[in-house]
Design a protein around this ligand. Structure first.
Ligand SMILES: Cc1cc2nc3c(=O)[nH]c(=O)nc-3n(C[C@H](O)[C@H](O)[C@H](O)COP(=O)(O)OP(=O)(O)OC[C@H]3O[C@@H](n4cnc5c(N)ncnc54)[C@H](O)[C@@H]3O)c2cc1C
Length: 462
């Protein structure tokens, strides 16, 4: 390459054209200037139902609404669909629920032990086959309001600002970003001190022996004998005491993954930080990634079968368990879960997952705690319903909220936040939104029998 080529000439040469030619229709001169000028454009879209967020709740909402013939646009800030399960490597899918759609998803992705490397593409297939349009790398920044009605959003992407107008909006951001910005009241954290469940980096290791121990919960850690005498719980507590592990790590949970020699590790945690504050997120990312390597050293030393394990997959982003919970027309409460309450306007039926509160203030599970941080235990629930009215926010019209940020108490959230239940909520929101548009009714007045008939009597598409 001649040393005297200037930048324009070089671009032309690399493209296999003369420097006066074009790169895929863009002239070399334009490319050069684009590389030093921030590209700010403004494009507009119109859709019928706009879904913000492509996690379990979001992709389910968009797929179900599209299947009912509506025009759907889904916006996702990251490059992959699947939310925490894909981008934060949260594994496996948990929670029981009576939902033909969730059953269908499981058949497609291989059940609770899904492959996080591919799940996002399965979710994209579902969306595309239903006719929904997807825009990845698009971060929703603010709602467009007409009085107390949401009529769309603004979003930012590499092109600049996008303006999207929609008849109905579904907030499936996990954090209720859109609802909060639109003026929906919300709560954060537990009563009293407002603390939330800790954030964690979940990661995968390889090099695990076939007969290695797996302790997926505190209960399992309590029973699992290590080296014949001590339990995994005691070994972990000792490591906490002598500084081998940070004192926020109450239990090191390991789950055997589908592939030989591979396990998923859920152990790192950082307390007293908020997943909607950027300094807190920054601190949590760095601290928990550092913790992950300490955990691996600890496992190599103490956990039989993990002597040669190494970190094989780190998540793209930290796992955030709990942020905003909107205030809706109804609120799901701890008692509703423990008694297995049924609702006439249920859009999710027979949800089942323990009230699993990871201690907001230190290591271990918060419930039933006594002296040491790792002697917790999750409170069991009876199969319970989730009513549509927990997804319809107060104060703002034209908006539904689905996923972990629906209207519920801190305790109730600790149960329904798991992925299978969030998918079922998404399906409920998608069908309710499409039915409301089809029948030209407000969301609060939607024909619930019609919605339930579609949700619960439809045959899974296998
Ligand atoms: C460490 C950890 C361990 C967990 N363990 C398990 C487990 O083992 N099994 C289980 O089933 N669940 C587990 N959970 C819970 C579960 O992963 C989440 O609660 C669940 O994914 C929530 O689903 P969602 O769709 O409401 O939100 P999310 O999964 O958070 O999805 C929200 C989506 O919206 C996108 N988004 C957010 N804001 C914007 C915006 N402004 N614009 C555009 N897009 C946006 C996000 O990128 C994301 O894709 C765990 C969670 C954590 C953090």
């Amino acid at each position: 390459m001649p040393a005297s080529l200037n930048r324009r000439q070089l671009l032309g040469t690399l493209a296999g054209t003369s420097f006066a030619g074009t790169l895929g229709g863009i002239s070399a001169a334009q490319t050069e200037s684009a590389s030093i000028t921030v590209p700010v454009s403004s494009r507009s879209f119109e859709t019928e139902i706009l879904v913000c967020g492509g996690g379990p709740a979001g992709f389910s909402a968009a797929t179900n609404a599209a299947r009912l013939g509506r025009k759907i646009l889904l916006l996702e800030r990251y490059g992959r669909l699947g939310g925490m399960g894909v981008n934060a490597r949260v594994w496996p899918l948990m929670g029981g629920v009576n939902s033909p759609f969730v059953k269908e998803v499981h058949n497609k992705i291989g059940g609770n032990g899904f492959d996080p490397e591919q799940a996002d593409l399965h979710y994209a297939d579902l969306l595309e086959q239903a006719g929904a349009k997807i825009l990845l790398h698009t971060w929703v920044t603010e709602p467009l309001m007409e009085g107390n009605r949401i009529v769309g959003v603004k979003a930012i992407c590499k092109e600049g600002i996008l303006t999207i107008r929609a008849e109905l909006v579904i907030d499936a951001t996990g954090d209720a970003d859109i609802a909060a910005a639109a003026g929906v009241p919300f709560d954060i954290g537990r009563d009293g001190d407002g603390l939330v469940q800790p954030m964690s980096i979940m990661f995968a290791v390889e090099g695990v022996a076939d007969d290695a121990k797996h302790c997926g919960s505190e209960e399992a850690a309590r029973g699992a004998k290590i080296n014949g005498t001590e339990t995994w719980e005691t070994v972990t507590a000792q490591a906490q005491k002598n500084g081998e592990l940070p004192d926020t790590i109450g239990v090191v949970r390991t789950y055997k993954m589908g592939r030989k020699g591979k396990a998923c590790v859920n152990a790192t945690q950082i307390n007293r930080l908020y997943g909607t504050k950027v300094e807190d997120l920054t601190k949590a990312e760095l601290e928990c990634r550092r913790q992950a390597f300490r955990v691996v050293e600890f496992m190599r030393k103490h956990l039989p079968g993990y002597e040669n394990c190494y970190v094989s997959h780190m998540p793209t982003v930290i796992g955030v368990r709990e942020t905003r919970r909107i205030r809706g027309l109804e609120q799901l409460k701890r008692e509703d879960l423990i008694t297995g309450r049924k609702w006439d306007n249920a859009v999710v039926r027979e949800s089942q997952f323990a009230i699993d509160i990871h201690n907001p203030d230190g290591g271990g599970q918060a419930e039933n705690q006594n002296d040491t941080a790792i002697q917790g235990g999750a409170v069991q629930v009876k199969p319970y319903d989730i009513p549509l009215t927990c997804m319809i926010p107060q104060k703002v019209e034209g908006l539904l909220v689905a996923g972990r940020c629906i209207s519920g108490t801190h305790d109730a959230h600790a149960s329904y936040r798991v992925q299978n239940i969030c998918m079922a909520m998404g399906a409920g929101a998608g069908v309710a939104a499409a039915t409301a548009l089809n029948d030209k009714t407000e969301l609060a007045a939607v024909n619930i029998e019609k919605v339930q008939k579609i949700l619960f009597h439809s045959k899974p598409q296998l």
